[in-house]
Design a protein around this ligand. Structure first.
Ligand code: NAD
Ligand code: UGA
Length: 434
């Protein structure tokens, strides 16, 4: 039987959850405070760039199973399963900010007129779901509900594939009734043999943070080895590829670059280190990863300074502003640190990104934004490739070179073949290869 679901928060995670859960045959209402977002969604338009999402959005709107509203009280009252998918950004003290979650829980408490399952999809520190349970008990004076921790593992840019084909579905769930309901919500994944991990609330919460922290560590490790490769004259591509041939290591997340970014690895590594301290466990490795990743971003600025002599009075073409390809998201993008440093050192930035220029211009209104990569390199002294957009792999190097003042190309994602770039007359540098 179709479950009646309300997804609160229609950002990257909530929107995908809403379209995905309705595609599974459930009746879903997506709720947000942001009226502009809700109006766009009602019209079948996605407020974010995410490949494939509009197809799912329109298909499910047309089926009548999916709707959107800002009327949160009614949406909660009408649903049996309430997904919380609001943001948990970093606070100044590096803890996760739970104020959005708390506001939603207060609203749910007011509208708990019959039994409901409250499902936390937002990434929340260990102990939060237990706290939500206690808060609801206190506010409602009863326990006509269950709380489930269901962390999300999707990646931006591949969000729909990840939602429909997850490696696992983790459900921190401590009641048989809620387990049956959640099984029904996700029945389609069961049919496709996705493993379900049933566990306690705390275990589910920690699985999420441990997974993100491990992936951030793996990237930081390969960045450090890339830096060593440069010093000793080794080729990081072959090092990473051969390491990855060992099944215990795997080749995934071994691509060196300008440091990881995005809305999750930076904040989640800081949050786990922070609640580790709270529980009396110092997370030395993770703290080192956080610091090393910051150094990696600055290292890219040092590289360009060294290549250009000075940045004072130089024009730097930045190709790629998003924190990774296939997204318009610039949260914690390495480009933010790098552009800031270039400007601070007296350089001028001409930037291009296929999807993220609107978002970046809200932070940096005064740099020059260009329609194409070729426009961005016009009269530039140097180029920095910061995001691994496929279109940068196929750049016409001769055309680029003839448009530039200088001939420096710093490829922080190792997208290009160094020999081909050098043959085209550039001074080339990548990460981890000479
Ligand atoms: P987001 O900022 O894109 O979206 C959050 C949405 O919640 C916004 O649209 C906001 O308007 C809405 N909102 C805030 N308070 C609200 C309220 N009281 N009522 C209704 N709506 C409200 O955030 P996101 O990137 O989707 O992340 C959400 C959570 O999922 C975070 O905890 C994040 O760590 C986690 N997560 C994110 C990703 C990702 O790739 N972005 C992946 C896995 C997990
Ligand atoms: C990441 C995780 O991969 C998801 O499983 C998780 O759900 C999500 O965080 C989250 O909790 O929000 P995402 O941030 O969308 O997903 O993107 P990733 O593909 O993981 O990339 C993160 C950063 O690491 C990017 O800046 C990317 O360029 C960088 N990266 C990734 C590397 O530098 N090298 C790699 O080999 C892989």
């Amino acid at each position: 039987m179709a479950a009646k679901i309300c997804v609160i928060g229609t950002g990257y995670v909530g929107l995908i959850a809403a379209v995905g859960l309705s595609d599974f045959g459930n009746i879903v209402v997506g709720v947000d405070l942001d009226e502009k977002k809700i109006n766009m969604l009602k019209q079948g338009k996605s407020p974010i760039y995410e490949p494939g999402v509009e197809d799912y959005l329109n298909r499910n709107l047309e089926s009548g199973r999916l709707s959107f509203t800002t009327a949160i009280d009614q949406a909660v009252q009408d649903s049996q399963v309430i997904f919380i998918a609001v943001g948990t950004p970093e606070k100044e003290n590096e803890e996760a900010d739970l104020s959005y979650v708390q506001a939603v829980v207060n609203t749910i408490a007011k509208n708990l007129i019959d039994y409901k399952v409250i499902v936390t999809k937002s990434t929340v520190p260990v102990g939060t779901n237990r706290w939500i349970k206690e808060l609801l008990e206190k506010e409602t004076g009863g326990n006509n509900f269950d709380v489930v921790s269901n962390p999300e593992f999707l990646r931006e840019g591949r969000a729909t594939q990840d939602f429909f084909h997850p490696d696992r579905t983790v459900l921190g769930c401590e009641s048989e009734k809620a387990k049956e309901i959640m099984f029904n919500v996700y029945r389609t994944l069961n049919v496709t043999s996705v493993p379900f991990v049933w566990c306690s609330l705390e275990t589910a919460e920690l699985i999420k943070y441990a997974s993100n922290a491990f992936l951030a560590t793996k990237i930081t490790f390969i960045n450090e080895i890339a830096n060593l490769s440069e010093a000793v004259g080794a080729d990081i591509h072959l090092v990473a590829k051969s390491m990855g041939m060992d099944g215990r290591i795997s080749p995934k997340f071994l691509h060196p670059g300008p440091g990881y970014g995005g809305s999750c690895f930076p904040k989640d590594t800081k949050a786990i280190a922070s609640f580790g301290r709270k529980f009396g466990v110092k997370m030395n490795l993770i703290e080192s990863v956080i610091a090393t990743n910051e150094i990696q971003k600055k290292r890219m600025v040092d590289k360009i300074k060294k290549l250009a002599g000075t940045l004072e009075g130089k024009t730097i073409a930045i190709l790629g502003l998003a924190f990774k390809q296939q997204t318009d998201d610039i949260r914690e993008s390495s480009a933010i640190t790098i552009v800031n440093e270039i400007i601070k050192d007296g350089g001028t930035v001409q930037a291009h990104d296929p999807k993220a220029m609107d978002n970046f211009s809200k932070l940096f209104p005064d740099i020059m934004y260009c329609h194409t990569a070729y426009d961005a390199v016009k009269n530039a002294d140097a180029i920095m490739i910061l995001t691994e957009w496929n279109e940068y792999r196929g750049l016409d190097l001769e055309k680029i070179k003839s448009n530039m003042n200088g001939n420096i190309l710093l490829d922080t994602r190792n997208l290009l073949d160094p020999d081909v770039v050098k043959d085209a007359g550039f001074i080339y540098e990548g990460v981890g290869r000479k």
